[in-house]
Design a protein around this ligand. Sequence first.
Ligand code: GLN
Length: 237
Amino acid sequence: MKLKILHLYPNEMNLYGDHGNILTLIKRCEWRGIKTEVIEHEPGDLIPDDIDIIFGGGGQDSNQNKIENDLRKIAPKLKELVENDTPTLVICGLYQLFGDFFETSESEIIQGIHILDITTKAGSNRLIGNVVINTPEFGEVVGYENHSGLTRLGKNSVAFGTIVKGYGNNGEDMTEGAKYRNCIGTYLHGPVLPKNPRIADFLIKKALEKQGKNTKLEHLNDAIETRAHKVAASRPQ
Ligand code: GLN
């Protein structure tokens, strides 16, 4: 068994430990005897057809700018993969750009690729701190946020979770992130997967399911992950 993980723009889009999400996917596969190959996608690269998991992290406005054109070029392929239920996790900067657009504080529009029905405009304050949310699928999820963007969900969007602590999408409507098919968009850095291994296993399970493989994932001892989750959840905002 082997899973191909597409890592979008590891040089430009990687903040507050986002790369740890890739390490978590690799390790949780390795511990179960599942091989992985990470395809690091940088501007100009082609995307192979047989991608099993898509991951993309966050980035400063200037870096979102740098990848904007390439992202538009690969958008049809990414759309096709998401529509075919490819498990996908996009954080903050790429979460915003999987939506319609991000309008920066200089009123510059960075175009998104319309996979998620969301729009984002920079607010006057950055939303920074620890976050706890409740999600229907994974229960309590913890992470860290740092963004100027205020995201609004369109009518075809479902929130990833509801805010317990922190700001989430906009600091007003108590929503955090968005979910569409097997694509999760979220503001949670941290990185998010090591402290929320259920999400990592969801991505792995869905990827194996798509390959038609046995989807009963071997149980792992998550004592350390559970402790890390509890510590993160207990931190003040
Ligand atoms: N530049 C975006 C914002 O500030 C995304 C930041 C991030 O990825 N952490 O909203």
